[in-house]
Design a protein around this ligand. Sequence first.
Ligand code: G4P
Length: 535
Amino acid sequence: MRNGTEIKRRRTFAVISHPDAGKTTLTEKFLLFGGAIQTAGAVKSNKIRKSATSDFMEIEKQRGISVATSVMGFEYKGIKINLLDTPGHKDFAEDTYRTLTAVDSVILVIDCVKGVEEQTEKLMEVCRMRNTPVIIFVNKMDRHGIDPFDLMDELESMLKIKVRPLSWPINMGPDFKGVYNLFESYLNLFHANKTTIERDLITIEDLNDQAVDRLLQQDAQRLREDVKLINGIYDPFDMNKYQSGHIAPVFFGSALNNFGVQELLETFIKIAPSPQPRSVTTRIVFPDESNFSGFIFKIHANLDPRHRDRVAFLRVCSGIFEKNQFYHHVRLNKKMKFSNPTSFMAQDKLLIDTAHPGDVVGIYDRGNFKIGDTLTDGESFLYKGIPSFSPELFREVINRTPIKTKQMEKGILQLTDEGLAQLFIKQPGNRKIIGTVGELQFEVIKYRLLHEYGASCDFHPVPLYRACWISAENEQDLKTFLNRKSNNIALDKYHSPVFLAESKGVLKAMMDLNPEIHFSFFSEYMIASNDSIQL
Ligand code: G4P
């Protein structure tokens, strides 16, 4: 099939949520509808269990299993769907942020009882930065939750995006009767049902029809009033505004009960964008260009000593990726070919010959790749917008086996290339400060340095609030600031200067006193217009 046709029929997306809102359950139901799995529970068993939070080896074991489900490809009504999995564990939040650079849209799951939660806000922030189109699925409607109109207000104010309901619930909790689909005017009646995927759909041309009273009885009038109110408050759904990330359509349902899931999937394939043009350092790359290009957004290292392999995940952005073809590794300025590229169909890894824009290819890697690396047919450019976020926990590395200094340095560089943590070098003395978003990463680094590089280390806590990348219009201003504040300055591994702030107060004072310096919670490489810090 021609590349153009293949591009149009692809939808590459991620399901994201605060832990426990129902991401895994919804993902699994999508796979059931797509025929990619036959039984419920297949994805769930791969989920990092909450009980394992203190045992990273257990988590790694489960992460190892879940590499197969990192990308779940399946066909639904002629559409090739690539669902990119994101780790639910908060310590791996950075993995999730990076995966969001490889998708064309997301479905954000909200628990109707809890509403917007901490991680929901952070994830939405990342989507907003990149104008990623978002569909919101309000889950667990079989429970008594926040009033839907209040929830719409909460979504708009806390997620800072305009919303447009496309379905509307009739009651909730034990009285939940179903939803009215405002997009296509039908009633979907609810039956608690965890196993089958049947639906009870009734087309309603006119809500004033008496059939609605017969079906919904005392709730019919309320639904008419709600729909009138919705049409009064919200503008009609505008596909362009959704696809440009300016309005989020909202659906209601219960993933556990298979309710509203197929409705969501059907609308998703109609409105979600196929692979879009992307910015690179020199120009905009269009997916239907004949030359191949793509970037690495994730590296998975297997900790099992019997299978010490790494898989680099390549998102194809333009042209057609082909097995055994020489490609240009832009950062290393090196030609490379791949003889065993894999694609992922549900839980199977398959060897592939070709891949199209929107697809994710797994490449076996012996240390050639870093997150953010670009591969092309020969042209030299880099994909933009692979963010490095300011870590929240900082520790200094103390080498316990000086004889292994070289191995330790190599190990730290390679592990940070995988995106496990960030490295900052502080003078005097070349002190190495590791920054992460979770405690677990320190355990993983310590373990891997010892087992893979034979280097033993300790970590000493460094009481820091954040590391901010700094820049200035005028080079001299930056130099002066770096000299004046040298005690608080470190370099990241790309030699970009960062300001190490001990507290929010210190950072705010620095920003107020030095308006000529730009402070950012994202690395310089993340080129976003709205990345200034609001304290
Ligand atoms: P996550 O991936 O976002 O962390 O959430 P997950 O799907 O694991 O769901 C979290 C919990 O919420 C699970 O219960 C799941 O069964 C439940 N859940 C998901 N969708 C619905 C829904 O529509 N209605 C209701 N009432 N519950 C829902 P658990 O007890 O933590 O796990 P399990 O023992 O059921 O597997």
